[in-house]
Design a binder for this molecule. Structure first.
Ligand SMILES: Nc1ncnc2c1ncn2[C@@H]1O[C@H](COP(=O)(O)OP(=O)(O)O)[C@@H](O)[C@H]1O
Ligand SMILES: [Mg+2]
Length: 454
């Protein structure tokens, strides 16, 4: 069980600009005395105020101040907020910022993440957080504030907020905004997830964990196209993937031609499937230049994924830290690639399927199916732990996992900005809701607002 304190803010216009009044119950919970002078913090904004204590009525956890002070502390009247005491004073909220790229779309300032953010903010407010979404470029370092977006019935609105206690990073770009991140970290802000890390680095990290070795398909960084030649010779079929890619973009499959020399390849551009063949490794390299560009790529053994009606199927499992900072699996879904595709990504036209449906189709034996599910869960949690040990603390990771025809389970990749749309596609509204609430719960813990029940 976790333990945290909440109060309701209310306006009392008789109180001066340096005073707050709290109920006795709240004072006792926090260990505060009448006439104490102490700092109130909203994120990194602070204000020194003098306490007075009044007897509690049936509304027993309340904090009163005049309207100006409430505003300065970013509190809205008759809303409930979390509060914690430390050696510096009292902290409100916590102040939670969701950082993301901003778009010029009417009614959707955060593009296709806008609806997700609405749900996050709703969940955060219910937990007593002072939360908003923002673009790091709008930070005003001189004033120590930022333009934050909130959502209510009337739609999105923006106003000034303090620099947050904790940040949920949702920008998709690699290496984006690391300067702002370093600067905020120095000032004491904590981040929910580390910056994105590429597929090759991830592979090297996983490889160091002996418990994960058997799940890793052989992978190499392409420095020279002869490595592709070697890998195709060894496995007959390989995947070429951009180190910093996502959403199945710019992924190529290369097959060894049957009976004759040469290669066949397939990739997708703008959802269009493109297939071709090349008689030699050099010709293959030039044919693929168009899609590979100057990007860094890995080459990986093809996992012979299970299929449904001839379409490839793999697994997305979402692992998240809970309100006490412990890893849990929130949900598992399968993704079925669109007809003829070499990737299962939803954004590339894939659809959702329940894991049970997929497993029943291929494995009759009950215990066999159970073992596969156990392995998927083990692999997901273990790779999350392994990754965060190497690159810094994380709050959630979406792990892509393949199951092959022999029931073997394979690690495909980890996602530090996972989508959760797939749970809606398989009709699991509750999993989806949980996946939205979990980060807000963990952020409260990360900000130090939760203690273990004694
Ligand atoms: N080695 C592989 N063997 C078979 N299928 C693969 C392999 N690697 C990737 N895929 C397919 O391509 C999809 C996208 O690959 P992934 O590594 O997750 O990159 P992205 O970051 O673009 O999602 C996977 O979900 C899977 O369906
Ligand atoms: Mg993926």
């Amino acid at each position: 069980m976790s333990n945290y304190t909440m109060f309701t803010a209310s306006v009392n216009s008789r109180l001066s600009d340096s005073a707050v009044m709290i109920t006795r119950d709240l004072a006792e919970t926090l260990g505060l005395q009448d006439s104490d002078q102490l700092y109130f913090y909203a994120g990194q904004v602070k204000k020194k105020l003098k306490l007075s204590i009044r007897n509690s009525d049936k509304l027993n956890m309340r904090l009163d101040a005049n309207a100006g002070i409430l505003k300065k502390l970013y509190l809205q009247p008759e809303r409930s907020y979390g509060i914690k005491k430390d050696i510096n004073g009292l902290h409100l909220g916590p102040v939670v910022g969701i950082s993301a790229d901003i778009y010029n779309e009417p009614g959707r300032p955060f593009g296709n993440q806008s609806f997700f953010f609405q749900q996050l903010l709703k969940a955060g407010e219910a937990l007593g957080e002072i939360c908003f979404a923002f673009n790091p470029r709008t930070i005003n370092w001189n004033n120590g504030n930022v333009t934050g977006y909130t959502y209510n019935k009337k739609g999105w609105s923006k106003r000034t907020f303090p620099l947050p206690d904790v940040i949920y990073p949702r920008e998709r770009a690699y290496a984006a905004n690391n300067n702002f991140r370093r600067r905020l970290e120095k000032a004491g802000t904590r981040f929910f997830n580390p910056p994105l890390v590429g597929k090759w680095e991830t592979h090297l990290i996983m490889k160091k964990n002996p418990d994960l070795a058997k799940y890793l398909p052989e992978t190499r960084l392409i420095k020279n196209f002869n490595q592709v030649e070697d890998m195709v010779k060894k496995y007959q079929a390989v995947y070429l993937k951009p180190v910093s890619g996502s959403q199945g973009k710019n992924i190529i499959r290369v097959l060894k031609k049957k009976n004759t020399a040469g290669y066949e390849y397939q990739y997708e551009i703008n959802n269009l499937i493109i297939k071709g063949s090349a008689p030699s490794i050099n010709r293959l390299q030039s044919a693929l230049k168009r899609v590979m560009g100057n990007r860094s790529y890995i080459v990986q053994k093809q996992i012979n994924l299970l299929k449904l009606d001839d379409n490839i199927v793999d697994v997305r499992i979402l692992v998240q830290k809970n309100d006490l900072g412990k890893w849990e699996t929130t949900g598992i879904a399968c993704r079925e690639g669109k007809r003829g595709s070499i990737t299962s990504n939803i954004s590339a036209g894939g659809s959702g399927k329940k894991l049970d449906t997929v497993l029943h189709r291929h494995f009759d034996d009950d215990s066999r199916r159970r073992i596969i599910i156990e392995e998927i869960c083990f692999l997901a949690i273990e790779s999350a732990k392994t990754l965060e040990k190497a690159i810094g603390p994380a709050g959630e990771i979406g792990v892509d996992i393949g199951i092959d025809k022999d029931g073997e389970v394979w690690f495909i990749e980890t996602n530090l900005r996972p989508a959760r749309h797939v749970f809606l596609l398989i009709g699991e509204q509750e999993t989806r809701l949980k996946s939205v609430e979990m980060p807000m719960l963990y952020l409260r813990y990360l900000a130090g607002f939760v203690s273990k029940e004694r």
